[in-house]
Design a binder for this molecule. Structure first.
Ligand code: NDP
Length: 402
């Protein structure tokens, strides 16, 4: 008997709600709450039509702790699945502590005025959650999330010690728009335009955004893509929890059209996060841009192609050096057929549902604040295979990575 409250009714929230609704034996009661309740009601109706299951909905401002606490005290869930925006992480964690509810999310806290991508604010809650006897699971999406689990699984089963990690996120999907982002545009653009940092010999090295590029040929005929090195938040926790890592890098594929638009928008100031004065009103350029761009949750029907996200790890086993690649390939249209969303929301929402299941079933119910790789990966990896994100392993794949 487990009641959950999902906060956030965007692209990811829809997938989490669908996937939890598919498992009534684990998620016995579901409430989907968000700033705009109409979006929750719309998702609840889709779930009723396709799965014949009722889920409850609610309106909440997740920036407001007393409002959140009142909602949690009324519903009394065991767990909150936070798939609102990273800005709300700390207020939701505070509310969970006050109401005595376990917490999880898919992205680390970011202050609204600086694109920082650091875990320090959430790690500072370790003692509070420990004392309250509550679990807080951080970053249970795909990257971070599944990629942390892939690394932990490889370290546990394929190596005695791991030395290098390359996380490679390829989206071979095409939505047909000249420019659109696959998840929240504001978060996506803040991430992509941030300076690149990668781990090298015990420290983070900073290089300009998008300045390091190579080509990568995905397995299973997904294709060959240009991938660009960028900073991604799981590098911080993975290098902390696997101190034998000498190098850790994150790569993402981008098409020519996406990069061209981003460059122009950046040059004219449209990606700025500082408010400007416009006709007597304060506006934040990136938030205005978000209002102009296609809503990522509407890309599902038009996105065709596959994602291929995985980890290439090198290290030693029984004194011998080896390389292992663990990855998942997912088809956008298959996702749309199942939960009416494209694969970016799907590949985030499924690990969120599985992370929630791990907490509720007791596998990961442990007081404190945890990154995924601090917890045992085996049951999670089994569930990835069972609930829509099957993975493969290639030993010594012969990649020639920079
Ligand atoms: P969307 O913008 O599509 O959805 C965000 C939702 O949160 C919207 O329903 C929005 O409400 C709601 N929301 C925003 N502010 C508040 C608030 N103050 N109170 C209540 N609800 C609020 O984003 P996505 O679904 O694409 O992404 C959701 C999360 O998933 C983000 O944190 C993102 O960073 C993360 N993510 C993680 C990935 C991973 O692999 N780890 C990959 C992709 C995303 P409204 O409709 O009113 O605007």
């Amino acid at each position: 008997m487990s009641k959950v409250v999902i906060i956030g009714a965007g692209g990811v929230g829809q997938v989490v709600a669908f996937k939890c609704a598919q498992l009534p034996e684990v998620f016995t009661e579901i409430t989907l709450a968000s700033r705009t309740e109409a979006k929750c009601i719309d998702i609840a109706q889709k779930i009723k039509q396709t799965l014949n299951r009722d889920i409850a909905t609610a309106q909440v401002d997740a920036d407001n702790v007393p409002e959140l606490v009142a909602l949690l005290n009324e519903i009394k869930p065991e767990l909150v699945i936070n798939v609102a925006l990273p800005y709300q992480d700390l207020t939701i964690m505070d509310a969970c502590l006050e109401a005595g509810v376990h917490y999880m999310d898919t992205a680390n806290y970011e202050p609204l005025d600086t694109a920082k991508f650091e875990y320090k604010w959430q790690w500072a809650y370790q003692e509070k959650f420990e004392k309250a006897g509550l679990t807080a699971l951080l970053g249970s999406g795909f990257d971070p999330g599944a990629t942390n689990m892939f690394t932990a699984y490889l370290a546990k089963h394929y190596f005695d010690e791991i030395h290098t990690l390359d996380i490679i996120d390829v989206n071979g999907g095409d939505h047909g728009y000249p420019f659109a982002t696959n998840f929240n545009p504001e978060i996506n653009i803040r991430e992509v335009t941030a300076e690149c940092r990668h781990w090298e010999d015990g420290q983070f090295v900073t290089t300009p955004a998008m300045s390091c590029k190579q080509t990568f040929t995905c397995p299973d005929e997904v294709g060959t893509y240009n991938i660009y090195r960028m900073y991604h938040e799981e590098l911080e926790s993975l290098t902390k929890h696997f101190p034998t890592l000498k190098r850790a890098q994150f790569w993402m594929s981008f098409g020519e059209s996406y990069l061209k638009h981003l460059e122009v928008l950046g040059n004219v100031g449209m990606t700025g996060i500082e408010p400007i004065e416009f006709q007597g009103q304060q506006i934040v350029p990136i938030q205005f841009l978000k209002a102009l761009l296609p809503d990522p949750s509407t890309l599902g029907p038009r996105t065709k192609g596959k994602t291929c996200i995985g980890c290439v790890v090198t290290g030693v086993k029984d004194g011998k050096e080896k390389t292992v690649y663990l990855y998942n390939v997912k088809d956008h249209q298959d996702c749309y057929g199942e939960v009416q969303s494209q694969a970016i929301s799907y590949t985030t929402g499924v690990p969120a549902m599985i992370g929630a299941k791990m907490i509720l079933q007791g596998n990961w119910k442990k007081p404190g604040v945890w990154n995924m790789e601090q917890l045992d990966p085996d049951a999670f990896m089994d569930d990835m295979n069972q609930y829509g994100l099957p993975w493969q392993v290639i030993e010594n794949p012969g990649f020639d990575l920079v």
